[in-house]
Design a protein around this ligand. Structure first.
Ligand code: ADP
Ligand code: ADP
Length: 226
């Protein structure tokens, strides 16, 4: 069983742009995987398709063996997404945001409250649980996005450019947190255009360029080649 299996994945947007030209990719359970590539390479499109926010043109997507075409609900249950932009309601409290998210995934309220303590403590936000999200610092907002994505206890956490526009100190703080999550057993896939970030964190790496996967290897093997 792979955490993720993409087979000949293609995307042509309505505008005619060929964003993905046949991506074949597997990510092992427990892996920390980076999808690296320049702007416009197709990273967000790939993430969008895996999380069923974007329709694929053709090809196959399996998440822990659940096929997106035939087992969409179960496939979605396996995935926690941390989008690039803050997309929570800034007027809700930290705890409301994470508890409501669990609700969308069918977690009973009592259990959601219990989990909110676990994940808010783990991300250092428990003391802020009654604050409105808009009052948080940038770094705390990022951690809130991660805590929210963990509330339905996904086996695969996907982060789209988690540290874009983040200063170096905060970036390091996030790296430590992500590494801890991976060590606890969560498979992580992140997109980035910083090789340094992939190097710091990831065991395996795929390099995408103009909609094609031009490299898919271990971080070690890639660094040996450079
Ligand atoms: P789909 O074929 O998946 O429905 P579309 O090509 O119809 O996608 O585009 C979806 C939306 O994204 C449209 O509103 C379009 O204007 C917008 N869009 C077009 N080009 C881009 C781009 N390069 N980046 C982001 N959004 C875009
Ligand atoms: P990345 O995340 O690596 O920057 P994207 O997946 O956003 O790359 O974009 C891949 C290609 O698809 C680019 O040429 C981009 O302009 C185009 N694209 C992305 N979103 C849309 C959209 N909604 N409609 C049309 N074209 C899009």
């Amino acid at each position: 069983t792979y955490a993720l299996e993409l087979t000949n994945l293609k995307k042509v947007y309505g505008t005619g742009v060929k964003a993905l030209r046949g991506i074949d990719l597997t990510v092992e359970e427990g892996d920390f995987y980076a999808l690296l590539g320049p702007n416009g390479a197709g990273k967000s499109t790939t993430i969008g398709i895996i999380t069923s926010l974007v329709n694929k043109t053709s090809g196959k997507v399996k998440v822990f063996d659940y096929d997106l075409d035939t087992d969409l609900v179960r496939a979605k249950q396996q995935i926690g997404l941390v989008p690039q932009e803050f997309n929570f309601n800034p007027f809700e409290t930290v705890q409301q945001i994470v508890v409501n998210q669990a609700g969308y995934y069918g977690v009973p309220r009592k259990e959601a409250l219990k989990r909110s303590e676990t994940y808010l403590k783990q991300s250092g936000l428990w003391e802020k649980r009654h604050e409105r999200a808009r009052m948080l610092s940038g770094g705390m907002k990022r951690r809130l996005m991660i805590a929210r994505a963990l509330m339905h206890e996904p086996r695969l956490l996907i982060l789209d450019e988690p540290t874009a526009g983040v200063d170096i100190e905060l970036r390091r703080e996030m790296w430590v947190y992500l590494r801890e999550l991976n060590e606890q057993g969560t498979t992580i896939i992140l997109t980035t255009h910083y090789l340094e970030e992939a190097e710091m964190l990831c065991r395996n790496i795929g390099i995408i360029q103009s909609g094609e996967l031009i490299e898919n290897t271990s971080m070690k093997a890639l660094l040996a080649k450079l």
